[in-house]
Design a protein around this ligand. Structure first.
Ligand code: ADP
Ligand code: ADP
Length: 226
């Protein structure tokens, strides 16, 4: 099965805005995939549906063959989301943020504690495990967001504009972290409006504009056309 398959996905918001007008795409297991497009194209809506934050109006979503709209909890357990905004409690410590998040998703506590240690190390935050997260730098907070999403061991990691508004050094550190995660076998999908980011990280991509996919294929073939 593909890691993700969207078939004729449509979304009309209550306001009447048709954010998605029939989006179809496939992402293969192990891929590093970019969903590219200008502001307002429908990127956040698409990943909102895949991560069960937004209800689709029509169409199909399958995660490793599991129908998200029919078997939501099974499919949801395979998807980890890194939202654009930092949304953990700044008055908690990184270790507790990770353990509590895993607990919320039903990971047994002893296992959550082991994973938190592993993820903090992978995010290069081991020495900050018991520091108030309010005091972390912007880059550290972003890496903690990624570590948190990995606590449930998702097969598919989805990031919404992961490096929007961050400086080049933080971006490079995040790119390194994401490459490692992908190399370890997790399928990674990110949205971005920077072609440069997609070019640096991704093997395959789709370009969405006005709620429709206008390009879908390998990064190499896209670059050959430019
Ligand atoms: P759903 O159909 O997924 O329940 P809604 O259409 O009810 O979503 O919209 C969710 C909320 O987002 C509403 O309160 C809506 O007012 C608000 N909203 C409206 N327009 C926008 C926009 N352009 N960007 C973000 N949020 C918006
Ligand atoms: P992108 O992530 O590519 O910037 P979005 O998926 O956020 O695009 O938005 C697609 C379209 O849907 C835009 O016209 C946006 O204003 C609209 N939109 C997004 N969220 C909502 C919402 N909650 N309610 C109403 N309209 C929305």
């Amino acid at each position: 099965h593909p890691a993700l398959e969207l078939v004729d996905l449509r979304k009309t918001y209550a306001t009447g805005v048709e954010a998605l007008k029939g989006v179809s795409l496939r992402v293969e297991p192990g891929d590093f995939f970019a969903l590219l497009g200008p502001n307002g194209a429908g990127k956040s809506t698409t990943i909102g549906i895949v991560s069960s934050l937004v209800n689709a109006s029509a169409g199909e979503v399958r995660v490793h063959g599991v129908d998200l709209l029919r078997e939501r909890s099974t499919a949801m357990r395979m998807v980890g989301l890194v939202p654009q905004e930092i949304n953990f409690n700044l008055f908690e410590k990184p270790f507790d943020i990770l353990v509590n998040y895993a607990g919320f998703y039903g990971v047994p506590r002893d296992q959550a504690i082991v994973r938190a240690g592993e993820e903090l190390e992978r995010a290069q935050l081991s020495d900050k495990a018991h520091t108030m997260s309010r005091t972390l730098s912007g880059g550290m907070k972003r890496r903690l967001m990624i570590a948190r999403a990995l606590m449930t061991r998702p097969r598919l990691l989805i990031l919404d504009e992961p490096t929007a508004g961050v400086d080049i050094e933080i971006r490079r550190a995040m790119w390194r972290q994401l490459r490692e995660i992908n190399a370890a076998g997790t399928t990674v999908i990110l949205t971005t409006h920077y072609l440069e980011e997609a070019e640096s990280l991704c093997r395959n991509l789709a370009i969405i504009d006005h709620g429709r996919i206008i390009q879908h294929g390998s990064m190499r073939s896209l670059l050959a056309q430019l």
